[in-house]
Design a protein around this ligand. Sequence first.
Ligand code: ADP
Ligand code: MG
Length: 220
Amino acid sequence: MIVVHQLEKTFRSGKGQVTAVDNVSLNITNGSFTLVKGPSGCGKSTLLFTIGGMLKPSSGSVLLGDKDLYKMNERQRVAYRSNKVGYVFQSNYLIPYLTLAENILMVNKVKGVKVTMQDVEALLEDLNLSHRLHHKPSELSVGEKQRAGLARALIIQPDMILADEPTGNLDPDNANQVLEYLDAFRKQGGTVVMVTHGTSADHLADRIIIMKDGNINQIK
Ligand code: ADP
Ligand code: MG
């Protein structure tokens, strides 16, 4: 379980100070599916980045068992970020000059990860992308690109997927495919925290959290 305890993140910018996440406490059970909703600017992405070990909170903690993610040393936090958590974003951030297979094999640059071409082929087959193995991102459809983004997250066999509006650019059919893969990951024991708008993922979620001005409210 991940325990988010009294988390606060404040940004200082030219316009002054913004509290993006304001005293949020939340338990994320292993194998659960959590949806986070709320208007633009309410702090959803900031919360996700903080849970993912990418953004240090101003105060409060993210506890992994008895370990505080932001009191670990950098090496341990990098290991968590790289080996335990898969990230999917609204844009897929594939490298345009590499094929899909090469994009995914890039994870081998991370210490401790060893992914073979066979692993990539098997996963891309699962994601209905076998025919795109040696294609560049520009040759993929929008839906294929997003499934490729999903493949890059899944290839490390993470414990948890953090997905920030992963269906935001997709038509309903492609959006549903992405949701089905996230659901399948969860059914194999994975944990999902997903930011989304609309109601199309509601039936998959154990819990729906609404954020407003950095605060959370659970509605399901
Ligand atoms: P959401 O994902 O819900 O749209 P964000 O978490 O991206 O919201 O942002 C929450 C608030 O924090 C917004 O007011 C945003 O402008 C501000 N914010 C986010 N990141 C930064 C940053 N790096 N520097 C300054 N302000 C930021
Ligand atoms: Mg956001």
